[in-house]
Design a protein around this ligand. Structure first.
Ligand SMILES: NC(=O)c1ccc[n+]([C@@H]2O[C@H](COP(=O)([O-])OP(=O)(O)OC[C@H]3O[C@@H](n4cnc5c(N)ncnc54)[C@H](OP(=O)(O)O)[C@@H]3O)[C@@H](O)[C@H]2O)c1
Length: 313
């Protein structure tokens, strides 16, 4: 991408979309077109066609999707399948029809088979059954990955995809029921400190291991792939490092200055014992994450404190 290329970031208000825009701006890209829901309802084929016709972007990063936690995925599978397939079908096909030079689509490591061997390798996709709670989301996303692959093969487009791990950071969703583990824990420990609670109870044993990537690192990796990767097969994007939930909770207690007791409700399920991506392919391309979990958590918590009144909660 040249500094003055027309770069369209679709999903500009989301955690990933806003992270990409920050990263592009800091990299001196000057012609960035951010698209949010106000500019276009991406499930509407005609609206997306008009959008591309109007802007004629050179490059597209597709970071809009219907995303949610386990409860939302399990409760609204029809919407997760329909909206995600419409968004990606409309954007990817319009990019093809408007001769976009390169497009990047995002999958997610949660769409690998439920029992895929750890660390997760790219080859594991579609080798066995999906996790039933997010099957609709996974099916839509797998179709998006395949659509980029097939458009690249049949139409010779340069449409690439990646598979990001669990993300956290600036712009995250702090909703008490719908958030991911890091913003959920930050909010609970923050509230415990605020109310003077003596203890916080966490689910399970704390033993499962998970991987987390800071949004600024993800955004940098996506821009790197836009500039250095041109193959139809997707690439994992993660840190390749995992920590136990107990270690994560201890870090969050430290960062939020919680001095009380941490209790574990072992009657609650632990989930899968380990989830981490194999990032050999990305590392071999020449990119590695930079931000330690502790540093990323501090930035995230400071952002939360500065924006507490108008944050997504
Ligand atoms: N967060 C993670 O841990 C994670 C991990 C792996 C992969 N990813 C992938 O990263 C991408 C972005 O995720 P995110 O975490 O940034 O989610 P997010 O914060 O919820 O952002 C998604 C954005 O898409 C927009 N959007 C949804 N439906 C739309 C529609 N019909 N028309 C226009 N805009 C629409 C949303 O707009 P509104 O705000 O108006 O609804 C929102 O701004 C997704 O493809 C996701 O699969 C995320």
């Amino acid at each position: 991408m040249e500094n003055d290329s027309k770069i369209m970031v679709v999903g500009k208000n989301g955690m990933v979309g806003s992270g990409i825009i920050r990263c592009l701006k800091s990299g001196s890209y000057t012609n960035i077109i951010g698209i949010g829901r106000k500019e276009c309802n991406l499930t509407n084929q005609g609206a997306v066609a008009s959008l591309f016709n109007e802007y004629k972007p050179d490059y597209v990063l597709l970071a809009a999707a219907k995303v949610g936690g386990i409860v939302a995925n399990a409760t609204y599978p029809a919407q997760f399948l329909y909206e995600n397939m419409m968004i990606q079908n409309n954007v990817i096909n319009s990019a093809y029809e408007n001769n976009v030079k390169k497009l990047l689509f995002l999958g997610s490591t949660c769409i690998y088979p439920r029992l895929a061997p750890q660390p997760l390798k790219e080859e594991s996709l579609l080798t066995s059954s999906l996790e039933p709670t997010n099957e609709a989301y996974a099916l839509a996303k797998i179709t998006g990955l395949k659509m980029c692959e097939f458009y690249s093969k049949q139409y010779k487009c340069n449409f690439i995809s990646c598979m990001p791990t669990n993300l956290y950071g600036t712009g995250d969703n702090f909703h008490p029921e719908n958030s991911h583990v890091i913003p959920g824990l930050l909010l609970r420990f923050h509230n415990a400190v605020k109310t003077g609670a003596q203890s916080v109870t966490c689910w399970g044993t704390g033993k499962p291991k998970r991987e987390f990537m800071f949004i600024n690192d993800l955004a940098e990796a996506l821009v790197f792939l836009m500039n250095h990767y041109d193959k139809p097969e997707f690439v994992n994007v993660g840190t390749g490092e995992d920590i136990t939930i107990k270690e994560l909770v201890d870090l969050i207690a430290k960062i939020t200055s919680f001095k009380g007791k941490i209790e574990w409700d072992t009657s609650k399920p632990d989930g899968t014992p380990r989830k981490v991506t194999n990032v050999a392919k990305l590392n071999n391309l020449g990119w590695k994450h930079k931000t330690s979990l502790e540093d990323g958590l501090r930035v995230t918590y400071n952002w939360f404190l500065e924006n507490e009144s108008n944050i997504r909660k």
